[in-house]
Ligand binder design. Sequence first.
Ligand code: SF4
Ligand code: SF4
Length: 425
Amino acid sequence: MAASPHREMWEKLNLDIEAHDGLLEVLGKFYGDIYLSQEGRLGGMEYLDFVLSEVHGLRIREIQDARAAGKKVIGSFCVFVPEELTLAANAIQVGLCAGADAGKEEAEKLVPRNTCALIKSFIGFKLARICPYTESCDLIIGETTCDGKKKAYEAFGELVPMHVMEVPQQKNACDRTLWKSEILRYKDRLEALTGNTITAENLKKGIRIINDRRRALQRLNALRAAVPAPISGRDVLLINQVSFYDDPIRFTESIGKLCDQLEERIQKKEGIVPESTPRLMLSGCPMAVPNWKLPYIVEGSGAVVVGEESCIGTRNTRDLVDESGQTVEEMIDAICDRYMKIDCACFTPNTERLENIADMAKELKADGVIHYALMFCQPYAHEAFKVEKALREADIPMLSIETDYSMEDAEQLKTRVEAFVEMVS
Ligand code: SF4
Ligand code: SF4
């Protein structure tokens, strides 16, 4: 790692080189154990292996080159930030991962200990200076989806340039009005930052690019209904994670090719696991890179993950923006409507999510659902009760798990998951 050709770039970004080397080493080892050790992976996965091996290298270099040519980089933590607008302003949007424990002690000086791991992680990554994406951002967009984030952004905003979007908590007409005004406020901020005007032409193009990416992921998710499962849940989680930081057009093309290979595999009735393998679905909080703990445990316990009802999963890809709008106003309305369909647990009530989970479990022929909440995440921990009730009524077993990014509970989780897998088998 020390001899990396990217070292000079990292130094320019003011990364803590030693701590960053340590992070890459752990990431590389994790990746080897969890991903490269899988048998029977498709050739299309090499694209992901490459992207991940160069996640802090070539992709960052591309981003730096784009910045040198005058493009701006926007960081986000939530699927509510409309990337269609970011692209229309000729800027790049990256998801800031926050899926590992780093700089936790330092972060706990700014936010309470009883804060979810995701929040502590994005603050910790910044304080420890180990994330080249965070350091490349010209603007970071926060959102008021939960109290933890809302308050954390006040502290985070002193460390980075921030813009916070107010996401409504209900779905009445007045909430839509608020959300539309927030989209327009984001548009103004983007235009001021980039010096570019968002026109009907470039917004149409932005909508098309992001919809195409969603369509590719929808196709991938639909293929997972096949028995035997053609691809592991770990690999699809990685695909979803990569979608947040790779170039969207390149990503869509690569996933299209992977889906072609999957179709061939399905026709031959080949799977990544035997036909009799219990099929489970994950539901709940997002799993940012490199939070691969639970899928790894599940797939190491004799099951296969066939779906992710998560923001790093179908919550981010299920709905498209209507493409018929011709004026900026019409397209903003279409974007507003699409984003109001997101069934994040921050909404009250949030009954659509219950219906979506049960429908998805049936479509994917899942034998059970594992509900995943990060510790101290109020919205998803609350909804776990409702999800369990809804699934019980649909006769689908559910296991509720609350955990964080540490490996301390790995053995205990494995015991619980194994018992659940045995029960649904
Ligand atoms: S769970 Fe809610 S707050 Fe978190 S990324 Fe998803 S939509 Fe955003
Ligand atoms: S995991 Fe839960 S508590 Fe943490 S940021 Fe997301 S919604 Fe908020």
